[in-house]
Design a protein around this ligand. Structure first.
Ligand code: ZN
Length: 70
């Protein structure tokens, strides 16, 4: 399985050549830490409302993200 790369714009982890979250092609294979943001109780709930990590990283959609992208 290919190692996912992290989007430099939104930190989303993907194995595609383009970030499915923000459509950026600015991807990095050099990152540290993985954060998984779980969906809230309601669909399309903003994770920043119930997750400190999501609000610190400004993540507005559940998914797998890199903690630090170089
Ligand atoms: Zn992105």
């Amino acid at each position: 399985m290919a190692k996912p790369r992290a989007c430099r714009e939104c930190h989303f982890l993907t194995i595609e050549d383009q970030c499915p979250n923000c459509r950026s092609t600015n991807l990095s294979s050099s990152y540290t830490g993985i954060v998984v943001i779980l969906p809230g109780s309601k669909p399309h709930d903003d994770p920043r409302k119930h997750s400190y990590i999501a609000s610190r990283l400004n993540i507005d959609k559940p998914g797998k993200y890199a903690l630090k992208v170089r």
